[in-house]
Unconditional design. Structure first.
Length: 731
């Protein structure tokens, strides 16, 4: 094995690096600017020595897990031979599956918490990036679709949740750089040193047992075509071609170790074989497989070296030094509880309720026995004749042999106490598991406050369990999204996802959003945000302070997705909008005609409102010119409303030249209304001097002279009711 690399000097000799006691000391030297003197691993013997030690260290844990697995597989509460020997062969002996039922409720709740999430990532781009929200939405939707279209996603998620909830912790591993999908290794296939914490950063040495079929191992080496060049590429990648071919040729069905084998007994595999009724067939008709050990070792600089060994021959098939930049690139841990701060300290539901589940089974069996025995007669007689006792029924008469006596007492069932015990035990199971069974209030009167209090307490427990699972799944999802956008990914679905994302964002933006944590809070992963937005949209439906079109779009986006919102909502330039705006101003014209003010909304289409309002100016001016004072008041209100629309229009960034043109038109109308007011005071009807009407102001004076549109702003109009002229942005 050649450990030479620019960052690491060659390994020291064998006598300087003893094997079997853990990884090597880095032999740092001050003269070498802190560079390591040797690698963490020297040779294959050291790897398998450490693996053997870890197997032995985990023997007790695997034995307990085997018993738990047996209980999950509906193991009977009593040993049949023991019952027969003790003269209790009549007793019921069946499993009511309290443990598997409880675990199933918890694991399904964890699975549902992830499956019900709208997105599987909350990664987002900063607002400083153009179209950040749209790009973020596209990435979240694309990544979620990628994961959920994975054929094995649901089974994978359910398996992880079940292992985590039942046995206390589990592991996810990426075995190469070509896939975004992790591989799940349950506890009896994962071997970590004592003292490993919940975070993968505490990992120094990790070994994972995997059984692969010959063709699966061959595909890793031979490539698509199996050409000589493919084999050379595999060799350059780190594969030992000769040893790998030997492993493939010598593949055999995996056996189950004997009960006293060293370094440990595979209790869970034995229980699984019992469940499948395949113990006697495992060495005969089982599929041929190769026993592989995947070993990940942390170097002194934090990089991860990867080794693959043949578990049958203890020969290395693959080695790749510094294969991963950091441990999070290849490992993820999940633990059911914080416990003592160490991964192995997390017990899980199986360990916590194992004994309790046994008591439930035995109590229920006793209940059945008592019910079956209740009401039966008690007959006594010579012990040497009991085996020949025969009871005969003739008509309504019962005949028994001489020497036997029928007692008046009968066997009482006495199951009431056992029913109370069963109810108590089920409540204890629920309390430990987080309240998975609804509470039944048996009293006649139960207050709503009492129900709400109980529900809130149970919800807190459920939230704690769910929150931990979802939060601990986040690092794995973060690694999955990073790998999915990597150019080195080999899977077609990930390539399509990356290509689609690059059509909407740059390479740098894609790498930035993929590097963000997949989950910051549990609310990012739940529908609580969506529920709040929907409630706000309903509450603000008639509130003029909200943009209802945007609110509706936002509501549909969180309930379904942005694509659905774009498809069903009317576009901004929909022809129905001008019609509605014109209709609205026509209603406002009626209010203005009655002398009632009408407020202007910033969301109004101000141009359409002004054009619609102009139609009432000429009739009102004609009446005002004839001396109609109410018509003159209407004109004053119209000009004020008109000016308000122009002021709001100025805030929208309209072209300054167009705004100035519209302002001059209003000033001309305002000037003529001032003349009408002056004529009204003198009693001379307008038009007798040829000055025209507001709809036709007549000859205009030169700019700057009295009477010209530029002579005075709106504020200079004779009527104090007229609003000031609008000011263009930036003026």
């Amino acid at each position: 094995m050649d450990f030479t690399s620019p960052a690491h000097p060659p390994a020291l000799s064998q006598d300087q690096a003893p094997t079997g006691a853990g990884i090597n000391s880095p032999e740092l030297k001050s003269t070498g600017v802190g560079k390591p003197g040797q690698r963490s691993i020297t040779d294959a013997a050291q790897i398998f020595n450490i693996v053997s030690n870890l197997q032995q260290a985990r023997r007790s844990q695997n034995e307990k897990n085997g018993r738990i697995q047996g209980k999950l597989n509906a193991e009977r509460p009593h040993d049949e031979k023991t019952l027969e020997q003790e003269g209790l062969g009549y007793k019921s002996n069946f499993s009511t599956k309290p443990l598997s039922t409880t675990v199933g409720k918890v694991s399904s709740r964890l699975t549902k918490a992830v499956q019900s999430a709208r997105y599987l990532t909350s990664a987002e781009l900063p607002d400083s990036i153009p179209d950040a929200k749209k790009k973020t939405e596209l990435f979240r939707t694309g990544f979620t679709d990628l994961v959920r279209k994975w054929d094995g996603w649901y089974n994978f998620l359910n398996e992880v949740a079940t292992e985590d909830a039942t046995f206390g912790w589990t592991t996810l591993v990426w075995l190469d750089n070509d896939t975004w999908r992790p591989t799940h290794f349950r506890q009896d296939r994962a071997f970590l040193p004592d003292g490993t914490k919940h975070s993968v950063e505490s990992t120094q040495f990790a070994a994972f047992l995997q059984y692969v079929m010959p063709h699966e191992l061959a595909n890793l080496v031979r490539g698509k075509e199996g050409s000589a060049q493919d084999l050379e590429n595999a060799k350059a990648a780190g594969w030992n071609i000769e040893e790998t071919m030997k492993a493939i040729n010598n593949a055999r069905p995996p056996s189950i170790p004997a009960a006293k084998s060293a370094p440990y007994t595979d209790f869970r595999r034995y229980e699984d074989s019992l469940r499948e009724s395949s113990v006697t067939l495992s060495l005969i008709d089982g599929a041929k497989q190769v026993m592989l050990w995947h070993v990940f070792v942390t170097e002194i600089d934090g990089k991860i070296s990867h080794y693959i060994g043949n578990g049958n021959t203890n020969e290395l098939l693959f080695e790749k030094l510094d294969r991963f930049e950091k441990v999070r690139d290849c490992l993820a841990f999940l633990s059911y509880e914080q416990a003592n701060g160490l991964l192995m300290g997390s017990k899980g539901i199986g360990r916590e309720v194992y004994e309790l589940a046994g008591i439930v089974d035995r109590a229920r069996n006793e209940t059945v026995d008592r019910l079956q025995m209740s009401g039966k007669l008690i007959i006594s007689g010579p012990s040497n004749k009991l085996t020949g006792f025969k009871l005969t029924v003739v008509g309504n008469t019962v005949l028994i042999p001489d020497g036997f006596t029928i007692h008046q007492n009968k066997i009482e069932s006495g199951v009431k106490e056992f029913m109370i015990l069963d109810d108590l035990l089920v409540k204890l199971l629920d309390q430990i598991a987080g309240g998975v069974t609804p509470k039944s209030f048996e009293r006649e009167r139960v207050t709503a406050k009492e129900v709400d209090l109980y529900a809130s307490r149970e919800e807190e427990k459920r939230d704690d369990i769910t929150t931990r699972f979802v939060t601990q799944l986040s690092p794995a999802l973060t690694t999955m999204q990073l790998r999915a956008v990597s150019p080195s990914v080999a899977e077609e679905d990930a390539k399509d996802f990356r290509e689609k994302m690059l059509r909407f964002m740059s390479k740098e933006e894609l790498e930035l959003i993929a590097s963000q944590p997949a989950l910051r809070t549990v609310e990012d992963f739940s529908m609580s945000d969506a529920q709040r937005i929907v409630m706000l949209a309903q509450e603000s439906r008639n509130d003029p302070l909200y943009d209802h079109a945007k609110m509706e779009r936002r509501k549909l986006s969180v309930l379904v997705d942005a694509e659905f919102a774009d498809d069903v909502l009317l576009p901004d330039n929909d022809p129905t909008q001008p019609a509605e705006q014109i209709r609205l101003q026509m209603l406002e014209n009626i209010l203005l005609g009655k002398g009632l003010p009408s407020p202007v909304s910033p969301r109004d289409n101000h141009v359409l409102h002004i054009e619609t309002m102009k139609k009432m100016v000429a009739p009102a001016a004609e009446k005002a010119g004839a001396g109609d004072q109410p018509a003159l008041k209407i004109l004053e209100d119209v000009v004020t409303h008109w000016a308000a629309h122009l002021n709001e229009l100025a805030k929208t960034g309209i072209d300054k030249a167009k705004l100035a043109e519209m302002t001059k038109e209003l000033e001309a109308i305002a000037k003529h209304i001032g003349e009408l007011q002056a004529h009204a005071q003198t009693g001379v009807p307008v038009g007798s001097d040829g000055s025209g009407s507001p709809g036709n102001p007549g000859p205009q004076a030169p700019a700057g002279e009295p009477g010209s549109p530029d002579a005075a702003p709106l504020a200079a109009a004779p009527s104090p009711a007229l609003a000031p002229a609008p000011v263009a942005p930036g003026a």
